[in-house]
Design a protein around this ligand. Structure first.
Ligand code: HEM
Length: 101
């Protein structure tokens, strides 16, 4: 199992807009080989008052995740809304390999 998390710091007064961008998106994940689960996670405020979010996806393995990032499904999902202006800096990606299940 492999967990891919992209971490976002969002201007606190734009958190609603950020959530709406996700809610209103067209999703292309369901037919992707090796895809298991998706969640958008809302976290606390950070030390600078930015709202933390993470997109959290569970995959069969890292190879399935890598294949998705090279796919049309990934490109189409990311050609939708533009959220750059809602963010306080670039998102930070971390991939997690499950060690014990
Ligand atoms: C390796 C990097 C990334 C990963 C793992 C990732 C993960 C995901 C996933 C799983 C989805 C949902 C796709 C679907 O439902 O079909 C998605 C959509 C989205 N991603 Fe990413 N993403 C990455 C890079 C980025 C970057 C750099 C940004 C913003 C600058 C971003 C912003 C968004 C937004 C806003 C959506 C919702 C659709 C839209 O409005 O465009 N992602 N991403």
């Amino acid at each position: 199992m492999y967990i891919a998390m992209n971490n976002f710091r969002v201007h606190a007064d734009r958190a609603e807009d950020f959530e709406a961008a996700w809610r209103n998106r067209e999703s292309y994940l369901d037919d992707v080989p090796g895809f298991r689960e998706f969640h958008l996670l809302r976290g606390p405020l950070d030390d600078e008052g930015h709202r933390l979010y993470a997109s959290h996806t569970v995959w069969q393995d890292e190879a399935a995740f890598r294949a998705w990032t090279d796919s049309d499904a990934f490109r189409k999902a990311h050609a939708q809304g533009k959220v750059g202006h809602l963010l306080a800096g670039h998102p930070k990606f971390i991939g997690w390999e499950a060690v014990e299940l």
